[in-house]
Design a protein around this ligand. Structure first.
Ligand SMILES: *Cc1c(COP(=O)(O)O)cnc(C)c1O
Length: 456
């Protein structure tokens, strides 16, 4: 008898994971330590105290395999978690593929993406430490929206610097941030020394996540009741996002499936890390053997064309130095529509995992991504955010390869958010106005040459 997989594989609220998973103690080698930006010695906990509360600093460096999720955070998670795992029957049929495609959908959250999974605990731990205001950067506006919502849960202020290109292209997220109670500025702004320095040399700068981070960090460092929150890249962010992978693991087990390929989009690496790290635990323990695949834009290809080196997380060089795949902290990517994938670096943890040969990476142009997004919308009825169309494009490619070979692969896709506030991007694609950017080799050589020197 064949078992028919249901379309939606759901967990009860009682099956919500109660712990986040930390992969570090299970890796064959530890990731290289972050370094102080001035002394270049390994970072101590005190070095981060001006920006982050003690609980998050502890989570950034913890050796524990599991961290309990506070009850107050679980209460907020229950507004949208557990999130559904959906079998993409209609997409499979349109591709005429023997592959079985599942997607883990994070678009049902208050921000319409995976970002509240970490915004909520970050706001919670800061509120508990007596912090009254958080500053942050945002690209497409997803992270700013998530943090504004999270701050509203704990009566905190939220001040957001949004990358200029997105601020102009995507006004609806600014409105949503304001509706959730946040304040928003285009970046580069004249409110900070870092922003003024950029504007002095590039008055028409379209901004970058690196510049916006410099501005938010500068303001947080200058005020005792204000901390900074980062929506991706750091270990504690990936830790919080592991609820995605833990749920997906339980959901696939319910229908007796194990994935052959897990694919997600990678900007700073948080939704991908959150999805794949619990599966990597299973793989390292010999229980499963999925291929783990990161997909990034050709115009911001940190994993596929960047170098593995110590670099700053921001443009002004105020953050610690972390060893990661990077295009150089001065790199300003083209203003592509997937604003959340415009970051010069990649999570140090995922960069390390990539270096160990445990994760693969591929880059893809934005028109191919939007073609996949439209196909997905017309079959599955969800209009994906521009970022996860990168994962969908590769999943579709793989499913078509299975059609040729007859392989019945199980493909799990991270659908990190919906694109309801990205309709202008779909409009640009459908009207034929969208171009494909590729990275300029000379620009890359120049920004890589400007990487900071670090003692061996
Ligand atoms: C921010 C964002 C991303 C990229 O960030 P990661 O940290 O790489 O996950 C991807 N998808 C959506 C929907 C986002 O909002």
């Amino acid at each position: 008898m064949t078992v028919i997989t249901p379309t939606k594989i759901l967990l009860d609220e009682s099956e919500l994971p109660t712990q986040w998973y930390n992969i570090v103690p299970d890796l064959p080698a530890p990731p290289p330590p972050p370094l102080h930006p001035v002394t270049r010695a390994p970072l101590g906990p005190d070095d981060l105290a001006a920006l982050f509360p003690p609980a998050l600093i502890e989570q950034e460096v913890t050796a524990a395999r599991y961290v309990d999720i506070p009850g107050e955070v679980l209460d907020v998670y229950r507004l949208w978690r557990p999130s559904p795992l959906i079998r993409a029957y209609r997409l499979e049929r349109s591709l005429d593929t023997p592959a079985r495609i599942y997607y883990k959908y994070e678009g049902g959250s208050p921000a319409g993406s995976h970002k509240p999974n970490t915004a909520v605990p970050q706001a919670f731990y800061n509120a508990k430490a007596g912090i009254r205001r958080l500053t942050t950067e945002t690209g497409a506006g997803q992270w700013g929206t998530a943090l504004a919502f999270a701050c509203a849960q704990y009566d905190m202020g939220c001040e957001v610097w949004q990358v200029r290109a997105s601020y102009d292209q995507k006004p609806y997220r600014r409105m949503m941030i304001e509706a959730f109670g946040g304040t928003i500025h285009p970046s580069p702004s004249t409110l900070t020394a870092a922003g003024r320095a950029i504007l002095a040399t590039h008055p028409d700068s379209t901004g970058s996540l690196g510049i916006a981070i410099s501005e938010a960090v500068e303001v947080a460092a200058a005020s005792a009741d204000t901390n900074y929150a980062l929506g991706s890249v750091l270990n504690h962010v990936l830790l919080h996002q592991t609820v995605i992978g833990e749920e997906a693991l339980a959901q696939l087990a319910k229908v007796g499936e194990t994935p052959d390929l897990i694919v997600g989009c990678a900007g700073g690496g948080s939704n991908l890390g959150g999805l794949i790290l619990p599966f990597l635990r299973e793989k390292l323990a010999g229980r499963q053997s999925p291929t783990l695949l990161a997909v990034e834009p050709t115009s911001c290809p940190s994993l596929t064309r960047g170098v593995y080196a110590y670099d700053y997380g921001d443009t002004a060089g105020m953050t610690p130095l972390v060893k990661m795949r990077t295009l150089g902290h001065d790199f300003i990517p083209d203003p592509i529509h997937a604003g959340g994938l415009r970051y010069h670096g990649m999570s140090p943890l995922l960069s390390h995992i990539h270096e160990l040969g445990l994760m693969e990476a591929r880059a893809i142009g934005q028109r191919a991504c939007f073609a996949a997004g439209v196909r997905f919308a017309r079959t599955e009825g969800i209009l994906p955010a521009p970022e996860p169309t990168h994962a969908l494009a590769v999943a579709i490619e793989e499913a078509l390869r299975c059609k040729e070979s007859g392989e019945q692969k199980v493909i799990l896709v991270g659908l990190s958010g919906h694109g309801h506030l990205d309709l202008s991007s779909y409009d640009a694609y459908l009207s034929g106005a969208m171009g494909d950017h590729s990275l300029d080799e000379a620009q890359l050589r120049a920004t890589v040459a400007a990487l900071p020197a670090v003692p061996a």
